[in-house]
Write a protein that binds this ligand. Structure first.
Ligand code: BGC
Length: 747
């Protein structure tokens, strides 16, 4: 039965329901036997994720070792792998009934080898390569005993003010779902008991990316049609791909904190979607429910457990409160057992009961596993395919032979800052700087110099860094330094800490000090290549207006400098496309491509309601990105224009030609519009794409099968289906430059 997110609270009988019995009789028997030997306290202990080094377990004020001995620590944070290993050994030697621990860490875009931030790597639209990156991350992390990653983060977001937009795959549910599945496959591999596979954790359940005004942790109020059609599919996709666990979000969803929201954690995720793994709270999120105003420690612990949050991350309220709750009859043992079973099943599926030290199998091979040439090659390829060419109107790129290239800007000599949010900096020492990588690539015949030119910012309200000299004097120095350069590469943007958790901006643009540097470089009259590196879409109408060459290189990871050098020098042509809309100004936010029409559209796809002081158009639309080659799209056609029933399909084909002189990859995109439906439907929605390789002059026929499934949506009753009638199919290089075909589909 389908229940919507705003449905009334459930009956007591439903609250007492036990989780579905597992499908593996051997596992069920093993866990029955194990749980039969565990005390209530030990079963509650399995619901507790304790931090390594955390001095006490709340409520007991005891040291971690005592807590482990008493069976109160089920899983552990892997920030310090040595400490996690020691904790596991201590557990083995001291627990009454030894139960191996799961070691979890945010391996979000790599471990030692760091890949571009997820928003960047999603711009590659290269699913096999993304999967490979997660595979590399799993191999490296598992060599250190880590067997659980708090990833993928699949929160859809339409708001570049939100710092965590860096961690997701952008605004689109179709692409976001495919990226989520590729990452889950990469982390978990074919066999979760392979010591090089780690369990994925889909996060943050749910709707975390829609926090009001882009303020992290903020309230989310959302109607069901919007949630089901645009914000929920990525979570479901990750579970469908087999993600073994999920993590709650910090926010309130329609009045109820997610972590204690049974409509989400049980009705939706388990009953509707059939997820049978375990759910962990976000860090301290159970305790934060007190701050949300829904009860005291015991009440919120009970609420979270009854909602379906099986494991408490770092609040330690389950171990502090639930035994008492059982004694008082407020929580049943059955409810504890349901959660405990789910956690034990995860351990069983990870192979930990066969061998608690399975994830230390490759301990001796750590050094050859991390940062291996193969891993770095994946990072370089993915970083290259993540760099979006936003503008190249006078063909400054690829760089022409030059005597002297000047790199300016705060990122030119950085290493760690290029790794972005959620990186542990473990490859920073081994990295090149942009200057070094570019020098290697252009060879000794060309001199590459560096001049910082500006600090990150002079605005005291924002983080100020590196300000040994004020930006003004750095700028004067840079003007002098570039005097005899042939071309200027301006590496500007954000340090890693300006995006990520709790790092929101009201005005995500380039800081004034860096903008001044760009203007001064332009005033030299030399060609200027603006290389933006940031954790989010930036609002840059002035740069777009004033400069002819702009690359968006994100925080590109360990191989960011080499990848950038490859693109600048034309070793490879850019092939990335934006996975989120870039607004012209903050007032346009939220701005996204798959919007509904208003009753008074004034023109085009992007018009809904007109502003007096701004166009409605974005600066750069979803799916946008240029190459050094031009690609011609022609002969959009279909094998038929009418289809019938659920199983029919229409084959749509377009000829794409590489008009340029370099081999290239083009992301061909297919969108659909349902002009008349039961409810108002988006102007266009991405429904398919292909990344095709084209030699210079080559033409390829690119075909897509449009099936009835691609016409489906959730209506106001939350029925998932399609309407018969007319549909418009669009194909093109981005969400704006699309050609259309009209088709009819009957039942
Ligand atoms: C973040 C999660 C993360 C967790 C553990 C929280 O603050 O919201 O995304 O997995 O910390 O590090």
């Amino acid at each position: 039965m389908k229940r919507n997110l705003t449905a009334a609270a459930l009956s007591v009988a439903a609250l007492l329901a036990v989780a579905k019995p597992g499908t593996d009789p051997q596992m069920d028997k093993f866990i029955d036997d194990l749980m039969g030997r565990m005390t209530l306290k030990e079963r509650i202990g399995q619901l507790n994720l304790g931090g390594v080094g955390s001095p006490k377990v709340v409520g007991s004020a005891k040291g971690l070792d005592v807590a482990i001995k008493e069976g109160l620590v089920s899983s552990i944070g892997g920030f310090d792998p040595k400490a996690a290993e020691d904790a596991q050994r201590f557990a083995e030697d001291n627990m009454r009934v030894f139960i191996p621990m799961i070691t979890g860490l945010d391996v979000v875009h790599g471990y030692y080898t760091t890949f571009p931030i997820p928003l960047g790597s999603s711009s590659s639209w290269n699913l096999p390569l993304l999967e490979e990156s997660a595979r590399v991350a799993a191999r490296e992390a598992s060599a250190f005993g880590i067997n659980w990653t708090f990833a993928p983060m699949v929160d859809i977001s339409r708001d570049p003010r939100w710092g965590r937009v860096a961690e997701g795959a952008g605004e689109d549910p179709y692409l976001g779902s495919l990226v989520a599945q590729a990452m889950v496959r990469g982390y978990q591999g074919d066999d979760l008991q392979d010591p090089q596979s780690i369990m994925a954790c889909t996060k943050h359940l749910v709707l975390y990316g829609a926090s009001e005004a882009g303020r992290d942790y903020n309230t989310v109020s959302m109607d069901d049609v919007t949630a089901y059609n645009y914000y929920l599919p990525t979570y479901k996709a990750a579970f469908d791909a087999g993600a073994g666990s999920g993590m709650t979000s910090f926010n309130v969803v329609n009045g109820i904190p997610s972590t204690g929201n049974r409509k989400v954690m049980t009705d939706l995720i388990r009953d509707q979607w059939g997820f049978d793994g375990f759910i962990v709270s976000d860090a301290n999120a159970i305790a934060e429910m007190i701050e949300h105003g829904v009860g005291d420690p015991q009440t919120v612990a009970e609420m979270a457990l009854k909602a379906g949050t099986d494991m408490d991350m770092s609040a330690s309220l389950y171990v502090a409160c639930l035994e008492k709750s059982v004694a008082e009859g407020r929580v049943s043992e059955k409810e504890i057992n349901t959660a405990c079973r789910r956690v034990l099943e995860a351990k069983y599926k990870l192979g930990l009961f066969k061998d608690p030290w399975l994830y230390y199998t490759n301990k001796d091979k750590r050094q050859e596993t991390i940062l291996s040439p193969e891993n770095l090659d994946v990072a370089r390829r993915l970083a290259r395919e993540s760099i979006v060419l936003l503008k190249n109107s006078d063909k400054t790129l690829p760089l022409k032979p030059a005597k002297k290239i000047a790199v300016v800007g705060p990122l030119g000599q950085e290493r760690g800052e290029l790794l972005g949010t959620w990186s542990y900096g473990m490859s920073a020492d081994t990295m090149s700087t942009i200057v070094e990588a570019l020098q290697r690539e252009v060879g000794p015949g060309t001199e590459v110099i560096f001049s910082q030119g500006s600090n990150w910012t002079e605005a005291p309200a924002i983080y100020k860094q590196g300000g040994k000299h004020p930006s003004d004097s750095l700028l004067m120095q840079a003007v002098a330094d570039v005097a005899d350069a042939d071309v200027i590469i301006a590496t500007v943007g954000e340090p890693a800490i300006w995006s990520g958790e709790a790092h929101n901006l009201t005005n995500p643009t380039l800081a004034e000090a860096q903008m001044n540097l760009l203007k001064a470089m332009k005033a030299t009259g030399k060609p200027v290549v603006v290389v933006l590196m940031s954790g989010r879409p930036l609002i840059i109408p002035e740069i777009d207006e004033e400069f002819n060459t702009i690359l968006q290189a994100w925080h590109g990871g360990t191989m960011a400098p080499e990848a950038l050098a490859d693109i600048l020098t034309g070793k490879e042509a850019p092939s990335a496309k934006l996975t989120s809309t870039w607004p012209r100004n903050v007032g346009q936010i939220p701005l996204y491509y798959n919007a509904l029409r208003t009753g008074r559209p004034y023109s085009g796809f992007w018009a809904t309601t007109k502003y007096i002081d701004s166009t409605n158009d974005p600066l750069y639309p979803f799916g946008y990105g240029l190459s050094y080659n031009d690609y011609k799209y022609e002969n959009l056609r279909a094998d038929k224009l009418e289809a019938k029933g659920d199983n029919d399909k229409i084959r749509v084909t377009v000829d794409v030609t590489n008009l340029g002189t370099m081999p290239g990859k083009e992301i061909v995109q297919l969108y659909i519009n349902d002009p008349v439906a039961k409810i108002s439907r988006p102007m266009i929605e991405l429904k398919d794409f292909a990344k095709v390789e084209l030699a210079p002059g080559e033409t390829k026929q690119v075909s897509f099968d449009v099936t009835a499934d691609k016409l489906k949506y959730y209506d106001s009753e939350l029925n998932y289906g399609w309407d018969e009638g007319d549909f418009i199919i669009f194909v093109g290089p981005d969400s704006k430059r699309i050609e259309k075909l009209n088709v009819k589909w009957t039942k």
